[in-house]
Design a protein around this ligand. Structure first.
Ligand SMILES: CC(C)(COP(=O)(O)OP(=O)(O)OC[C@H]1O[C@@H](n2cnc3c(N)ncnc32)[C@H](O)[C@@H]1OP(=O)(O)O)[C@@H](O)C(=O)NCCC(=O)NCCS
Length: 379
C-alpha cells in the first residue's frame, strides 16, 4: 500500500499550504509581503508597519500604527522572573538562551493558553516585543553590563539598539537596523516558519510554536548562517591580502564545504534582500571608516559567483552590516529571530484561522517487512 510513496528530498518545490502572507518568485528574485514589494518596504516601511501588514494583510492607518507602537512599548519590559532566570542560566550561546527564555515567557503570560483570536493577536504583539527585549538584554549581560529598561518613546529598532548598547542610536543606525528588521520579517515557508506552522497545526499554544521556530532558525543551513559568515571573514582576517581570501574560498569549495551566506532553495537569481544588505554593509562600513569587511565580502561574492554560479543570500551581507553596527557575532542569529518572530506569529495566526493537522508520510526504505521476531538471548 505504501510502495508508491516517493519522498521529495528536502520537500523541494512541495507546496505544503496556502498562505496570504508572503509571495516569492525565485526565478525573478521577487519577494513581497501581502503584495507589497520588498524594495518598496525597504525604502519606506518601519518594522512596526510590516508587523501590522503581516498580521492583518494590509497597511495600518496612522491611528492603528500608533496603537500598535503603544502595545509593543507596553509589552517590552521583561518580567522580573525572566531576568532572574537569565542570570541563573550557565554561560550559553545566546540562541540557546533565547530558546529557553522564550519558552519561560509563556509562564508569565496569563493568556498563554487562551485560544480566542484576539488573545492570539495580543500574544503575537507580546512575543514580538519581548523577544527584542530578551535578545538585547542577553547581549548586555554577555558583555558584562546590566539590563537596560526599554524606552517607550523609541520605536522597535531604536529601542533594541538602546537596550543593547545603553546609547541612543543615530538616525542612520536606527534606519539601517529598521531596514534589516523589515528585510528579515517573513519569507514564506522557510524552515523555521514551517516548523512553527507544523506545531501550530496540532493546536498547541503560540509560545510552543515559536520555540520550535527558534530551535529551527538556529541551524547553520538557516538563520545560523549569518554568524558563520562573520566567523569566516574573521578567520580570513581583516588585513588578509586578496590572494588569501581567494585561497580560503577556493579551499572550501575544493573540500566541498558550503560557503555560508550563499545559495538558496528558492531563488535562482539574486536574493532581493541581499541587494539592500550589500548597500547597507557598504554605507555603514564607510561611515565607520572601515570597509575592509565589505570589500572582502565583495571579493568572496565575485569568486563564488564565478566558481559556482551562486548568489549571496540574506545572511551574507547581514554579517558585515551587523558588525558595522557593533553587534557581537553571537547575536546575529538571535537578531534574525527579533525580526522573524513577526512572520512566525503571522503564520501561526493564519494556521489557527484555517487549521488542518499537518501529517505527511514517509517512503519506507528500512528492513523488509515482515521480519521474524527472535527472543533476546537468541540474537
Ligand atoms: C541554503 C542551502 C541550504 C540550500 O540548499 P539546497 O537547496 O539543498 O541546495 P544543495 O545543498 O542541494 O546545493 C545544490 C548545489 O549547489 C552547491 N551549493 C549550494 N550552496 C552552496 C554554498 N553555500 N557553497 C558552496 N556550494 C553550494 C551544492 O554543493 C550543490 O552543488 P553540486 O550539485 O555540485 O553538489 C544551501 O545553499 C546552503 O547550505 N547554503 C549555505 C548556508 C546558508 O547560507 N544558509 C542560509 C540560507 S538563507
Amino acid at each position: 500500500m505504501t510502495a508508491d510513496l516517493k519522498a521529495k528530498a528536502g520537500l523541494e518545490d512541495v507546496v505544503a499550504t496556502s498562505s496570504s502572507i508572503c509571495y516569492i518568485d525565485g526565478d525573478r528574485g521577487v519577494l513581497a509581503y501581502a503584495g507589497y514589494d520588498i524594495h518598496e518596504l525597504a525604502a519606506h516601511a518601519s518594522f512596526e508597519e510590516v508587523c501590522f501588514l503581516l498580521w492583518n494583510g494590509r497597511l495600518p492607518t496612522r491611528a492603528e500604527l500608533g496603537d500598535l507602537a503603544s502595545q509593543l512599548a507596553a509589552a517590552r519590559p521583561l518580567p522580573e522572573g525572566i531576568l532572574r532566570l537569565m542570570r541563573a542560566l550557565p554561560p550559553a550561546d545566546p540562541m540557546d538562551a533565547l530558546r529557553t527564555l522564550t519558552s519561560a515567557l509563556a509562564h508569565y503570560d496569563p493568556e498563554a493558553a487562551d485560544r480566542a483570536p484576539q488573545a492570539q493577536r495580543r500574544k503575537a504583539v507580546r512575543l514580538t516585543a519581548q523577544i527584542g527585549s530578551l535578545v538585547a538584554t542577553l547581549g548586555r549581560l554577555n558583555a558584562g553590563g546590566g539590563p537596560i529598561a526599554p524606552d517607550p518613546a523609541l520605536g522597535h529598532a531604536a529601542n533594541f539598539l538602546y537596550m543593547l548598547t545603553g546609547q541612543r542610536p543615530s538616525a542612520l543606525e536606527t534606519r539601517a537596523f529598521d531596514v534589516a528588521l523589515v528585510l528579515h520579517a517573513d519569507h514564506e515557508l522557510n524552515a523555521s516558519t514551517f516548523a512553527a506552522r507544523v506545531a501550530a497545526a496540532t493546536l498547541t499554544d503560540m509560545y510552543s510554536a515559536v520555540v520550535a521556530a527558534i530551535g529551527t532558525l538556529k541551524g547553520p543551513l538557516h538563520g545560523g548562517a549569518n554568524a558563520e559568515v562573520m566567523k569566516l571573514l574573521m578567520e580570513i582576517g581583516a588585513d588578509a591580502p586578496p590572494e588569501k581570501v581567494d585561497e580560503a574560498v577556493r579551499g572550501m569549495l575544493a573540500r566541498k564545504v558550503k560557503i555560508p551566506g550563499f545559495g538558496h532553495r528558492v531563488y535562482r537569481t539574486e536574493d532581493p534582500r541581499a541587494t539592500h544588505l550589500r548597500q547597507m554593509s557598504h554605507d555603514l562600513g564607510a561611515r565607520a571608516g572601515n570597509t575592509a569587511w565589505y570589500q572582502m565580502s565583495q571579493r568572496i561574492e565575485a569568486l563564488v559567483l564565478q566558481e559556482k554560479q551562486l548568489n549571496p543570500n540574506v545572511d551574507f551581507y547581514s554579517a558585515s552590516t551587523y558588525h558595522a553596527l557593533n553587534i557581537p557575532t553571537d547575536l546575529f542569529t538571535p537578531i534574525f529571530a527579533v525580526s522573524r518572530v513577526s512572520g512566525w506569529t503571522a503564520h501561526v495566526l493564519e494556521q489557527y484561522a484555517n487549521n488542518r493537522l499537518m501529517r505527511p508520510r514517509a517512503d519506507y526504505v528500512g528492513p523488509e517487512y515482515p521480519q521474524r521476531w527472535t527472543p533476546v538471548d537468541a540474537r
